[in-house]
Design a protein around this ligand. Structure first.
Ligand code: MN
Length: 229
């Protein structure tokens, strides 16, 4: 093993529910517009165009329950409640039948978005990275093994800000179910153990202000909570 010239980075990891173990995070991929009503609220027609993807830096993944400084350079920080799929097996150009076998577990997540910077990027046909990939931009709850939850295809998904319901839908409302998302993504990149896939958000996205707390809950999973102070 060669000596590193600067300290090597500790891999980002998430707690595994009900154990002392952790899930090591490799990469973070996100699906755009995967619920019809959210596509409409963002000004798009939710016909079944193939899903599209973006990514967040692994370092942006932050566990649930922390109090964080408010993100810089935004006046419009939005919550996006999402089911996060944790990948446990390698897969490239997989079939829908193979997709389930790649899933290690699931978590609740918040795909935090600087909506003002995203709108500017869209208008100027620039990348979304600084709208989606800032420090601590992915709040993710404990990972629940698929061996305990079974394959998740339905279940209530909600976001509350200071206790007020903002987003409420069912995982079954996804335009592209998880298996299809993994099929498309595996054509673009080889899925690897440790990858997280954020599967898109339902309608009702909106702002979180300094001093507020946002909780994303999914039936059967641990919540993903963040507080800004
Ligand atoms: Mn999202």
């Amino acid at each position: 093993m060669k000596r590193t010239v600067i300290p090597a980075v500790e891999p980002t990891s998430l707690p595994v529910h009900g154990t002392d173990e952790v899930f090591p995070v490799r990469r973070v991929y996100c699906v755009g517009r995967n619920y019809a009503e959210h596509a409409r609220e963002m000004g798009h027609d939710p016909d079944r165009e193939p899903p599209f993807f973006f990514s967040k830096p692994t370092s942006s993944v932050t566990g649930s329950g922390r109090t964080l400084p408010f993100p810089t350079q935004t006046q419009n920080l939005h919550h996006e409640a999402e089911l996060v799929v944790a990948i446990g097996e390698m897969g490239s150009d997989i079939s829908a039948e193979e997709a389930e076998g790649l899933i290690w577990g699931y978590a609740a997540g918040n795909d935090l978005t600087r909506r003002d910077l995203q709108a500017e990027a869209k208008a100027m046909r620039r990348p979304w990275d600084m709208a989606k990939g800032f420090d601590q931009a992915a709040i993710v709850g404990a990972v629940h093994p698929k061996s305990a939850t079974g394959v998740l295809t339905r279940g209530r998904i909600e976001a509350h800000v200071d206790g007020t319901l903002r987003q409420g839908a069912d995982l079954a409302d996804m335009i592209w179910p998880v298996n299809d998302v993994l099929v498309y993504l595996s054509r673009l990149v080889t899925l690897m153990p440790g990858d997280l896939v954020m599967t898109g958000t339902p309608e009702g996205v909106g702002a979180i202000e300094l001093g507020q707390s946002c909780s994303v809950t999914i039936e059967g999973l641990s919540p993903a909570v963040v507080t800004y102070a």
